[in-house]
Design a protein around this ligand. Structure first.
Ligand SMILES: [Zn+2]
Length: 536
């Protein structure tokens, strides 16, 4: 007998309809957030073609366009009053003029010219033209930490000098490779600068020298940018850098020091053996340095969208989702894909937008894909200072930055209990009921030496008295490296964290009142007056 196709088909359909019908709208929303969809989006955002999403770059603008287009397709409305999904942040871009940027070595009557970006690269920012000259001093590793028994600078007068030092590429088991000393090593230029040096020239590691010579790469010549207008939430205490920092190739270093290349190699070998390389003063040698810049205007964009709440009154208040979609760009042949940082949070928000189509809360929900986080949280600072909706109406901000690595059952929460106990209570209740991650508060202390409290986009919201939390899976050995790529992503964990954020937002969005500001004695109202509060 032939099976009755119509009948079996009907049964399947019926059981499907029943099982579908049994699910709440919220369950359907949660289940719409899938590892598979997250991967589809991240395949685009973290691809090599985006060249690391530097600020500003055409690739970052295309990423912004991709996000806005999908946000629209998921039913989110533009947040800007002119009907745009893009909040424009004006920038000034400083480009080094190659023809006039150079270093000269003057030895008696002899002058040697070195050029950018072939022989040397400029480190850090250059906001204006610079001219400096000084006698050369070589200081080995240039590290001064008498308490660790290592001092390359003891008794040296660095005032007005051009200081040459070696890159600290040290072997794994080197005595200076403790996390504590690594932190001090990162600061060695600042220490030398504070002793009055005019310029610091760092001789690149052997590994980089080989990369340059074998692959024909030059130093990074990507133009630098800065904000066109100062922001109130930016700390003005940052000390003005008066010295120049540059990196130099081995041939240039050998010329400056007046030694053969082999001797320079020996110096690096000594460092690798754990030995100090002694300083030497080169009073007969002067460096004459000039940097010439050109300025132009540019802009970057926060992508901003929203979906209206379901309650007539509560929809005038907001829950916010935030992430940053910029990263570090590319240099010397390396693309910094930033799959975890922060492709992960970026695409999580696309899934959140899709989930809200199934079920959304009483309050309205705002989505901000921040720009220029890697430059110093510019996008989030700009957003709170130029928000198209009143910050007083923002109940909370949920920040996602790096949410797809490390132990699958482990998640850091940063700042969940700093302004409102409600936020932390809600997160824990959601976790206990649905998610069952091990929540870790190790990094939430503003005094923690790694400073995570200040290092992502939740912080400007906190400065404005808006309870905000950073969902964070922690750093890995790939943090800010070219190896932060999609093949290392744990999509199951990302799905879990994204569902966690969705459910948390639903509770905050449906709560009869906005989250209460009850944790910090000085922050009892939302608004920019809280900027005065010091966290350190
Ligand atoms: Zn990040």
């Amino acid at each position: 007998m032939k099976p009755n196709k119509f009948f079996s088909g009907f049964v399947i359909l019926l059981s499907f309809a029943l099982s579908f019908g049994c699910k709440t709208e919220q369950e359907r929303a949660v289940e719409s957030i899938t590892a598979k969809d997250l991967k589809v989006h991240l395949d685009v955002i973290a691809s090599d073609e985006f060249l690391g999403r530097n600020t500003p770059s055409p690739e970052l603008k295309i990423a912004s366009r991709y996000i806005a287009t999908l946000a629209e397709s998921y039913g989110l409305k533009p947040l800007m009053p002119d009907g745009s999904y893009f909040q424009e942040i004006p920038l000034v871009v400083d480009t080094l003029e190659r023809a006039h940027t150079r270093m000269r070595l003057i030895t008696g009557n002899r002058i040697q010219n070195f050029t950018f970006p072939d022989d040397l690269g400029i480190y850090g920012r250059y906001a204006q033209d610079m001219k400096m000259a000084g006698r050369v001093i070589f200081v080995g590793l240039g590290f001064s930490s008498p308490e660790s028994g290592w001092d390359d600078l003891e008794g040296l007068d660095l005032k007005g000098k051009v200081v040459v030092m070696l890159d600290p590429e040290l072997p794994e088991d080197h005595r200076l490779r403790t996390p504590e000393i690594q932190r001090l090593l990162y600061r060695r230029s600042r220490d030398i600068g504070s002793r009055g040096a005019a310029a610091i020239l760092i001789v690149v590691s052997k590994k980089r020298e080989i990369n340059f010579s074998e692959n024909g790469y030059f130093f990074d010549d990507t133009p630098r940018c800065r904000l066109a207008d100062e922001l109130k939430s930016l700390s003005t205490s940052a000390s003005q850098q008066t010295y120049l920092r540059a990196e130099i190739r081995h041939a240039m270093a050998a010329e400056i020091l007046g030694i053969p290349l082999t001797e320079l190699e020996e110096m690096f070998a000594e460092l690798r053996d754990g030995k100090q390389v002694p300083w030497r003063e080169l009073n007969d040698r002067r460096m004459d340095i000039s940097l010439v810049t050109q300025q132009r205007k540019d802009k970057t964009y926060n992508v901003v969208a929203w979906i209206e709440g379901t309650d007539e009154e509560l929809k005038k208040e907001y829950v916010l989702f935030g992430s940053h979609h910029d990263h570090l760009g590319y240099r010397e042949g390396r693309i910094y894909n930033g799959a975890d940082d922060n492709g992960s949070g970026t695409v999580a928000m696309l899934e959140l937008a899709q989930a809200l189509q199934f079920h959304r809360p009483k309050r309205s929900v705002i989505f901000v894909w921040h720009a220029a986080e890697e430059k110093g949280l510019w996008g989030s600072r700009f957003f709170v200072e130029h928000s198209p909706v009143p910050v007083e109406k923002m109940s909370a901000e949920l920040n996602m930055d790096m949410i797809c690595r490390n132990d699958p059952d482990h998640l850091y929460l940063i700042a969940s209990n700093k302004l409102s106990s409600d936020l932390d209570t809600i997160i824990n209740a959601v976790n206990d009921k649905h998610i069952h991650l091990n929540l870790d508060y190790e990094y939430e202390d503003p005094q923690h030496p790694d400073n995570f409290f200040f290092r992502s986009d939740q912080y400007p919201y906190i400065q404005y008295g808006i309870p905000a939390v950073w969902f964070f899976c922690g750093t890995t050995e790939d943090y800010h490296q070219e190896t932060d790529t999609i093949d290392r992503v744990d999509f199951a964990k990302m799905e879990r964290v994204t569902r966690f954020v969705y459910l948390t937002a639903m509770v905050i969005g449906n709560k009869p009142k906005m989250l209460e500001l009850n944790m910090h004695p000085d922050i009892t109202m939302r608004g920019q007056h809280n900027l005065k509060v010091k966290w350190q």
